[in-house]
Design a protein around this ligand. Structure first.
Ligand code: AMP
Ligand code: FES
Ligand code: ZN
Ligand code: ZN
Length: 308
């Protein structure tokens, strides 16, 4: 297989785009496509201050790399969840430190959950017994809260995460299968800032996972290969497998499923009752000040309340 642009050996063949590219032309294409996504969905501009949530995985490190490459003002945020199984949190942090060494001048915020709040994610999850022993739901609450806190406290204009097309398609598929219209109404590459929540964007949402992995590989970005040890058996992993079978028979199916949905939503062709509903009444949590619909403390603060 040869590069369509220069004829050198191709490093990747993207069947859905009918495009094979060599290393140099693939990197050029990837960076340009990311910029197009940022512009198309009006994610941010050159003047914006961007907070990139980095997990040490290929997606978020590649995202941070591209944004720095393009000259955006992008700082990183790593949340140390204190997951000791397989040395998961420690290894993730080490990959980010290695990235920082190769990107002099990059700035990173680190929030160590145990040092800040007294317990690691698996410890809180055990104590509150939420999610049948699996810490994932507690972890989601904590990550969302801390990402928003650092974005707001640091005066950032936007919070960027590394979600790729495969992530987004799996969630869209799951929510469609169950007609979760509330979730469907909120699934988009951009969520505007509202009521004390930072604006959220997913600049890699148009790339297949293998394209992001190829970018990290070609650029020599070292990342943590393993999934979080608690993610094993997660529903989205099962659905990703099914979607891969569909993609195999029908190249581009995932791309179309997600992007046609996003575009139809943007043009108002798909509407949900939720779009016209008044947003639920929010009030600031009396402890942390973040917006919440719960009476009294927010879900995050309630996790720690019972530890007193
Ligand atoms: P996940 O929910 O693990 O699929 O991760 C989705 C995105 O959330 C990643 O691409 C990162 O941008 C962000 N993220 C996940 N884990 C962390 C973490 N421990 N610290 C900071 N950001 C994270
Ligand atoms: Fe949070 Fe796995 S439980 S990343
Ligand atoms: Zn080429
Ligand atoms: Zn709170």
């Amino acid at each position: 297989m040869k590069c369509r642009k220069c004829g050198k050996p191709a490093v990747i063949n993207m069947r859905h785009h009918k495009l094979a590219l060599c290393a140099d032309h693939f990197i050029e294409w990837f960076v340009r496509q990311t910029e197009r996504t940022i512009e198309k969905y009006r994610m941010f501009t050159r003047d914006s201050r961007i907070l990139v949530a980095v997990s040490g995985g290929k997606d978020s490190l590649s995202l941070w790399d591209v944004l720095l490459e393009l000259g955006y003002k992008a700082d990183g945020l790593y949340i140390d969840l204190g997951i000791e199984a397989n040395d998961y949190s420690k290894t993730s942090h080490a990959k980010i430190d290695a990235f920082m060494e190769n990107h002099p001048g990059a700035r990173l915020h680190v929030v160590d959950i145990k040092a800040t709040y007294g317990e690691s994610i698996p410890e809180v999850a055990m104590r509150v017994r939420r999610g049948r022993g699996k810490p994932c739901s507690v972890c989601g609450i904590v990550k969302r809260h801390e990402m928003n806190r650092i974005a707001i406290e640091g005066g950032y204009d936007v919070l960027a995460t590394g979600h790729n097309l495969d992530d987004e398609v799996a969630v869209l598929f799951l929510n469609t299968l169950h007609w979760q219209t509330g979730y469907l109404a909120r699934q988009a590459p951009v969520l505007p800032a509202e009521n004390g929540f930072a604006k959220k964007v997913k600049p890699l949402c148009r790339f297949y996972e293998r394209e992001v992995a190829a970018y990290a590989l070609v650029k020599g970005i070292d990342y943590i290969y393993d999934e979080c040890p608690f993610a094993v058996g997660a529903k989205t992993i099962f659905y990703k497998g099914i979607l891969n079978q569909i993609e195999e028979k029908s190249p581009g199916a995932k791309h179309q499923f997600y992007l046609n949905y996003v575009d139809a939503r943007r043009k108002g062709k798909i509407k949900f009752a939720e779009d016209d509903e008044e947003p639920p009444e929010m009030h600031p949590c009396p402890k942390c000040g973040q917006p919440t619909t719960a009476p009294g403390l927010c879900t995050f603060c309630r996790l720690w309340e019972s530890n007193k």
